[in-house]
Design a protein around this ligand. Structure first.
Ligand SMILES: NC(=O)c1ccc[n+]([C@@H]2O[C@H](COP(=O)([O-])OP(=O)(O)OC[C@H]3O[C@@H](n4cnc5c(N)ncnc54)[C@H](O)[C@@H]3O)[C@@H](O)[C@H]2O)c1
Length: 364
């Protein structure tokens, strides 16, 4: 039997914005002790631990120092900006630690491949922080697809975004964010569709990215710092003859780049577009199908999350801790999310090349 009473010793790498959601959720768990934190910005870890009343935890100036200094850690949450995800994850795995990594997995496919190799060599768990996975309505999408109601899936359009919603901070520069709207919210939209259909292998992609809003002082005050994409689109051929048509936007003139629609030979599912950040569908879903020879549409009930399981963040953290105790599978495995990253990387590389490109993922 797994010893759930054993306190897991956890370190937090990167104590900026999202680390607060990690630590407050960890502090609600009876089997966790927060023992250390690291951040590049002097004083940030101290302020962070003060804010959450964490006493006696050790403070480090970067992830290297934390990994060298802590000899009996079980796991780390990596809450750094995107460009240091790969380095921090690989280093933590090589130190024999389980890793809960914030999304997106990283910036490039090459990084994702190196992370997978480090994970396999370590035998530890790497889970990527897609909390919408635990939302009852998101899970319903997968259940509908797996029930066969839609028949064979042949085409999916997915995406979403905001009319004006470019974040600030470390999201908007290549040196820290690495990628823009795709890394912030696009990876969620891809996960909704690809998780539902079992993450088939991507074969080719034709991608487009632009930055017309982020670089324009009329629309964005911090335009001088902005050097990532604020809009991206990709036309992706997936194994099994499925087309994925994807659009994501931090800023645009229309109210939405379109709902997510899954087209199948027996039915189609429309999932109202969301701002892609709160892990929920944007409204009631509709199933389109034929009924006794007539075209029909059925509203899918909006489901409530099971309060006993806690909120999405509780499930994200709890599933990671339980997998450590039980020696189980990663709740959100890199074997899936590497495909998400490969598509993002493919869109970027295709956009730079100005043509469709093939996607190769060694070992997948
Ligand atoms: N799951 C979600 O809902 C959600 C929400 C917001 C952000 N995120 C993700 O979380 C990540 C962080 O976002 P944020 O808004 O907290 O960013 P942030 O810039 O506020 O914080 C990142 C921190 O990491 C530190 N850091 C970078 N490299 C480091 C290293 N090698 N060692 C130690 N510290 C290091 C930086 O100094 C910074 O303080 C991003 O990847 C983002 O996509 C997820």
């Amino acid at each position: 039997m797994p010893d759930k009473k054993r306190k897991l010793k956890i370190g937090i790498i990167g104590t900026g914005g999202i680390a607060g959601a990690h630590i407050s959720t960890y502090l609600d768990q009876p089997d966790v002790e927060i023992v250390a934190g690291a951040d590049l910005v002097p004083g940030r870890v101290e302020e962070f631990f003060d804010r959450f009343d964490v006493e006696d935890a050790r403070v480090y100036p970067d992830h290297h120092a934390l990994l060298e200094g802590e000899k009996d850690l079980d796991a780390v949450s990596i809450c750094t900006y995107n460009t240091t995800h790969a380095e921090c994850t690989i280093d933590a795995l090589q130190h024999g630690l389980h890793v809960l990594l914030e999304k997106p997995m990283c910036v490039t496919l090459e990084e994702a491949i190196a992370m997978r190799e480090a994970e396999k060599a370590s035998g530890k768990i790497l889970s990527i922080g897609f909390q919408p996975r635990f939302d009852a309505n998101m899970q319903m999408i997968k259940r509908i697809v797996e029930s066969g109601t839609l028949g064979k899936i042949y085409y999916i359009q997915t995406g979403g975004g905001r009319r004006r919603g470019i974040p600030g901070s470390t999201f908007i520069e290549k040196s820290t964010g690495g990628i823009g709207a795709m890394g912030d919210i696009g990876c969620y939209a891809l996960d909704v569709a690809l998780n539902a259909i079992g993450y088939p292998k991507p074969l080719t992609v034709s991608g487009y990215v632009s930055d017309f809003f982020g670089t324009n002082p009329k629309y964005y005050a911090e335009h001088a710092r902005f050097d990532v994409e604020d809009f991206a689109a990709g036309f992706v051929r997936l194994e099994g003859g499925i087309i994925l048509d994807f659009r994501i936007s931090w800023a645009m003139h229309p109210d939405t780049p379109g709902d997510t629609i899954i087209f199948g030979t027996e039915g189609a599912l429309r999932i109202p577009s969301t701002d892609c950040w709160n892990g929920s569908v944007g409204g009631q879903m509709t199933l389109y199908h034929d009924l006794a020879g007539e075209r029909a549409q059925t509203l899918v009930p909006l489901l409530k999350n099971d309060v006993k399981k806690g909120d999405l963040w509780n499930q994200k953290i709890r599933s990671f801790l339980d997998a450590i105790h039980e020696g189980g599978e990663s709740p959100v495995p890199s074997s899936q999310i590497i495909i998400n990253q490969a598509i993002i990387d493919g869109i970027m590389k295709s956009a730079q090349a100005g043509r469709e490109i093939a996607i190769e993922i060694p070992g997948i």
